[in-house]
Design a protein around this ligand. Sequence first.
Ligand code: PLP
Length: 498
Amino acid sequence: MEFSVVEPTVTENITENITETRTGTRTAPGGDPGIPPAARPGRPDPKPDPERAAAIRRRDRAHVFHAWAAQKHIDPLPVAGGAGSYFWDYEGNSYLDFSSQFVNLNIGHAHPRVVAAVRDQAERLCTIAPHFTTEPRAEAARLIAGLAPGDLNRVFFTNGGTEANEHAVRMARTATGRPKILSAYRSYHGATATALNLTGDPRRWSADSGSAGVTHFFGPYPYRSAFHADSPEQECERALAHLDLTIRMEGPATIAAVLLETVIGTGGVLVPPDGYLAGVRRICDEYGILMITDEVMVGFGRTGEWFAVGHWDVVPDLLTFAKGVNSGYVPLGGVVVSDRVAAVFDHRPYPGGLTYSGHPLGCAAAVATIGAMRDEGMVEHAAWLGEQVLGPGLRDIAARHPAVGEVRGLGVFWALELVKDRGTREMLVPYAASPAESTPVTEVMAACRKAGLWPFANYNRIHVVPPCNLSAAEAAEGLAILDGALTAADAYTTEGAS
Ligand SMILES: Cc1ncc(COP(=O)(O)O)c(C=O)c1O
């Protein structure tokens, strides 16, 4: 039987005015570049509907199985809606979203341009098998490749970040014929078997098969140096020497790739010292090992660059993304593949695929998101917020609170590391803490939520990771709430107790 594939008609090319570029704006402008008011509607005043909330809660508790949770120990908040930097519940409460949900909502809730693009695409073609091609997939790939550095020119689309890492690793193993992957402690790379084995934080422990061909190494973390370094430069040098030694001990010919988050995210917003990523690139080249950077959390403006590798001019062989690519409006992720790795599969089939690879709705959302971010200057704005508003504001807060040991970050990607004692740096909540041990941070989070702010917490850290288009006024509002809430943490410090 014959059938023909009808080329989609271009009714609206929302990227018409977008020109390809490989370099983002490096320096933040002197003033707020200005985000259009449509993208920041202000704190909403939601109408309470507690009966509806109760019905949702009942059904959820009876039938939904939640991720990463003991099912009887949770009480998920029913969320009614979101707009710009805020979302709200059914009880009349609104929250300024300083966590961008799961650090994916780079353009805020309900951006009209992306909502319209998804609606238009749904009317035209909701879904199609991955062996066809479509305008949104081809255009999203062109745009992403245009933003990625060097010869990262091809995009393999997945449904999210875990699968992106899964496939990047498969590409590296197939291309090199080597079995092993090196990844860093304190990293998170996803929740499937391979991605969890690659993960270097406690989420791995209960599901670790222990035999998946993964070896972990320590990356730089000047505040808690594994190398007894006393400066970022020394930390960088020693972390690179440690990686080199690890590779030599493991056997370079057994290692397919070094996989690392460009800036470690959930594990603490660990910004690598200058020279570290370039050093990893050099070591990989020396041993014929591929370099994979996981930009699932940091890609698409989060650090004030389109991709965080842009801060250090490093070009990996494979780069994974998800989250910010379309702010999670429709699940989408992928691997950007260098020409060198792509060429391996020119005449040899790539052993992998997904029914929803290049999903039209996800890709249409990506095209619209990238267009909106560009036209509204969101990446430059994120850089400006980090340098002029969030960084100085958080350092100010730190000066008032003995519980804050360190403030670090860039763009709209910040962490406050909470300690019992600034001198000893003892963590306010231990690594891999139980819920009972987490009380000081739980109290800070509760105080934030009560005042209408929703930050992100992990062990002894509060992360400030708002949308890239947060306004300066919203930033000030959130910082003031956080400032007040941190008083709860101070009570647990040696200074606060004395
Ligand atoms: C750095 C990093 N890699 C991978 C993942 C997994 O992505 P996903 O949850 O979309 O599968 C995450 C999720 O938080 C992440 O932060």
